[in-house]
Design a protein around this ligand. Sequence first.
Ligand code: ADP
Ligand code: MG
Length: 139
Amino acid sequence: MSSQHFTTNSETETVELGKQLGTSLKPGSVVLLFGDLGAGKTTFVRGLATGLGIEPSEVSSPTFVLIQEYRGRVTLHHVDLYRIEGAAVDDLGVEELANERAVVVIEWAERLPRPIPDAIHVKLEDKGENVREIAIEGS
Ligand code: ADP
Ligand code: MG
């Protein structure tokens, strides 16, 4: 599987990287985001959304919503598994959200009970200050 490594030095650079990936996504794509709190997952999603023709200000990480839906050139389902209990992930049916008109991006993909075939993996790591290391695999 192809793997690309990036270092970003600002929030803006992470948005730009997310945008590049978003621009390349086809309907049916699943993007899994891995990384701790503050690593930049939601920031990356804002860029991803932009690349799909969605207004980035629509993207947020509200406390109680597990899945948000934004409309662009395709629909983007934005899933955040941070607050979900183990077994409840199964009931969400996240695999079924990706289809011929929609893309799925999942924050805290560590919490998925099983791998999703053909998903793109994005691993974000906080290197201190404004530096983030971001690895993208499978795009
Ligand atoms: P997560 O969703 O992983 O918890 P967020 O994207 O919500 O993370 O928050 C990342 C935080 O880190 C924001 O406050 C952002 O301004 C800050 N930040 C600093 N440098 C970067 C960078 N290079 N990339 C992304 N976010 C950064
Ligand atoms: Mg987040």
